[in-house]
Ligand binder design. Sequence first.
Ligand code: ZN
Length: 230
Amino acid sequence: MGVDLVGAVRDRTGVEAVIDNDANCVATAALAWRRPLAEDLVALTLGTGIGGGLVCGGELVRGARGFAGEPGHMVIVPGGVPCVCGQRGCWERYAPGTALGEMADEAFMSGHVVLGRSQEDVAVPSGERLVAAARSGHMAATEVIAEYCSHFALGLANLMNLLDPALVVIGGGVALALDIMLDHVRSDLASNPTLADRMPTIEVAPFADAAGVVGAATAAAAARERGPTG
Ligand SMILES: [Zn+2]
């Protein structure tokens, strides 16, 4: 605990260094490339968990100890699935990319979704196979996608109530399926009367898979401009 990693990197390389988490880097990239919408922003990374980068009034929200923007541990199902954080029913047990994969596995094993021969390549992750099936018009696969989207929308609705973002950007593997998910998510959000008339723009994070890298480079460039901070 308490390791000065930034100082260690700076000492060894002779250049300014910054340290941040991936979702904050995605938010930093959006802030650099998607103003003015990004001045009130929720950046979400949907992978093995849910990372969050929150921007209010053009400033990244960090909290008192640097732990702001961890929406994955908002409870959306009281008494629900256990989470590594010790709670039950956290959002990131229901809506990250891994959850979509688990839902796909369950749908395939139960026979709810039966794929055609061309979609059975087990080398392809199950979530991707489910998305491909839904994209080709497979009704049962679309139902599973819709259920996943309702879990995602539930957490996003909480963030909208809290932050009223103008822009929501999505990073991580699930972002590649946003084209078939967006209607489901918007429909769920629109059914909430308090949110229906203040829908944010929801889109894939700028630079898609490279958003975190671009954001990290942007933050490093800004640190270099500021110069030594001691
Ligand atoms: Zn949790």
